[in-house]
Design a protein around this ligand. Structure first.
Ligand SMILES: [Zn+2]
Length: 403
């Protein structure tokens, strides 16, 4: 239904090459309808209102992964090592989204180096992604503020290149200019394990932002790259918010007051972010935004985080960054925990919860319309919905990008 708005001609990633000759082919997961995820039931009038909202207002996801993963999760590591990640254009069209912050290099692009944040990995992934995007017409890379409303008007999807962390660049800050040149417009300071710029949420010692981190924040402000602190430690988050001359994003997280995981943000971080005009996108990756009330992860627990944060800081500072992907996300987490021995900082001392095979109602990027359905069903006005599905994030884009 929402997909009718987007002009998708059926393009499949890398179809300009020959499978089997130019690259090894993997059987990939179904992009839409892979599992039996719930579509929030609405009356005919309510459903029409949902469709009208997509017609009328700008919609933005502040964090999703657009890659399609292999149907057989045991092939995932080899697929990633080949460094050719397929993009789910069919699912993007079905999402109805005008703008997606496409998270690259979240520790999975291992094409060139076992260090996920090595410069050559990040550059490889960005270049490969843009090469594919530039062979089709549904999506385009957004580089300027004007590209955002343009996507809505033209029935296309604007993709914002969004790195979850700054790569390891040591003191070579000019490489941040290079990333801007490649189209990076939203970038995390660090991933969970921390780096030369800041402590991450997985670090035992929270050293906040380093001296070099302060320089990075200044350079990003000057260049016009929006800053993301989703994986930064609590102290680093506060340091960045204070140091940045522009508002800051938490592109994907939730409220620690509802679930005591380090992946969630404490009230004081969310409040400081909002005081400086920033926006937090509520996250929905499996087993993240759980709550004491909802220990079985679904759209209901995600929306509990949404409502809590709205109460805490007001509706002008909240958005959605579902952090979904195409494929078995839960299996992917298990694969990484096992094969790459990434210890999960997020499960330390957590209360009991029920593991789910997928997040019902928000399984992959194409299920974004369920968020709008939920908001319609729960009595939110058009103005309120317009803010959280697009306007708030767009405000921060306008305040942080150069042009
Ligand atoms: Zn992330």
């Amino acid at each position: 239904m929402t997909s009718k708005r987007k002009k998708y001609d059926g393009y499949q990633s890398f179809s300009y090459l020959e499978a089997g000759k130019d690259y090894r082919e993997f059987k990939l997961a179904k992009q839409v309808g892979r599992v039996n995820s719930t579509i929030i039931p609405l009356s005919k009038t309510e459903e029409e209102r949902v469709q009208e909202i997509f017609e009328k207002y700008l919609t933005i996801s502040t964090h999703d992964h657009l890659e399609v993963f292999p149907e057989d999760p045991s092939e995932t590591v080899e697929y990633l090592r080949r460094g050719r990640l397929f993009t789910g254009y069919e699912g993007i069209a079905a999402s109805g989204l005008d703008v997606i912050f496409a998270a690259l290099s979240d520790g999975v692009a291992l094409a060139k180096s076992p260090d996920a944040w090595a410069w050559e990995n990040v550059v490889h992934q960005i270049g490969m992604f843009i090469s594919d995007v530039d062979h089709q017409d549904l999506a385009f890379i957004a580089k300027r503020v004007d590209d955002i409303p343009k996507a809505h008007e033209e029935g296309k999807t604007a993709i914002v290149i969004h790195l979850e962390s700054t790569p390891h660049i040591g003191t070579e800050l000019d490489k941040v200019d290079v990333l801007y040149g490649f189209g990076v417009r939203v970038m995390g300071i660090t991933y969970s394990e921390g780096n030369e710029f800041a402590s991450g949420i997985a670090n035992k010692h929270d050293g906040g932002l380093s001296d070099q981190g302060y320089n990075l924040v200044e350079r990003m402000n000057k260049l016009g790259i929006a800053i993301d602190i989703s994986h930064s430690s609590d102290k680093a988050s506060l340091d960045v918010i204070e140091a940045s001359k522009k508002p800051v994003f938490i592109t994907h997280a939730g409220a620690r007051a509802l679930w005591p995981s380090r992946r969630m943000k404490p009230d004081n971080v969310i409040q400081s972010l909002a005081e400086k005009g920033g926006v937090i996108g509520v996250e929905a990756a499996p087993h993240t935004t759980l709550t004491y009330n909802n220990r079985r992860h679904s759209i209901e627990s995600v929306m509990e985080h949404f409502e809590y944060i709205v109460k805490l800081v007001g509706i002008n500072h909240v958005a959605f960054g579902p952090d979904t992907l195409f494929g078995d996300h839960v299996a992917l987490h298990h694969t990484f925990a096992k094969e790459l021995s990434i210890t999960s900082a997020f499960r330390d001392n957590l209360p009991e919860f029920q593991e789910v095979p997928f997040v019902d109602g928000l399984e992959n990027p194409s299920e974004y319309p369920n968020i709008v359905r939920w908001l319609v069903k729960h009595g939110y006005s058009d103005q309120e919905i317009a803010k959280v599905v697009g306007e708030n994030a767009f405000r921060v884009i306008k305040q942080t990008w150069f042009k």
